[in-house]
Design a protein around this ligand. Structure first.
Ligand code: FES
Length: 102
């Protein structure tokens, strides 16, 4: 069962081209802002578990800092490995709150 959880205020979200870790009811989330749009992915890289929030944003994708796996922020698809997708979570803004469905 999923639930909408507040992960922070609008002003606490990362600036464009950046990512940060947020907590959603005990789930670590990588929140990235790419081309002005927020996206939320499970923060644990499906390769070997690095924190995606410690990675970088390149060419509109979230790139893991350890071995360079590269994730589409909206679908979670990995660039080269169809079995290596990251989990993505719906997000919405409600007033000054940013919510994530986990
Ligand atoms: S742990 Fe992320 S690419 Fe290896």
């Amino acid at each position: 069962m999923t639930q909408w959880v507040r992960i922070g205020g609008v002003s606490e979200m990362p600036t464009d081209g950046m990512a940060k870790e947020c907590n959603a009811a005990g789930t670590s989330i990588c929140v990235a802002r790419i081309d002005g749009k927020l996206a939320a992915l499970n923060n644990e890289c499906p390769h070997h578990g690095a924190l995606l929030s410690d990675g970088m944003i390149e060419d509109g994708r979230v790139v893991c800092a350890w071995h360079g796996w590269s994730f589409d922020p909206q679908t979670g698809a990995e660039l080269r490995n169809p079995l290596g997708a990251a989990t993505v979570y719906p997000m919405r803004v409600d007033g000054d709150d940013v919510l994530c469905e986990v």
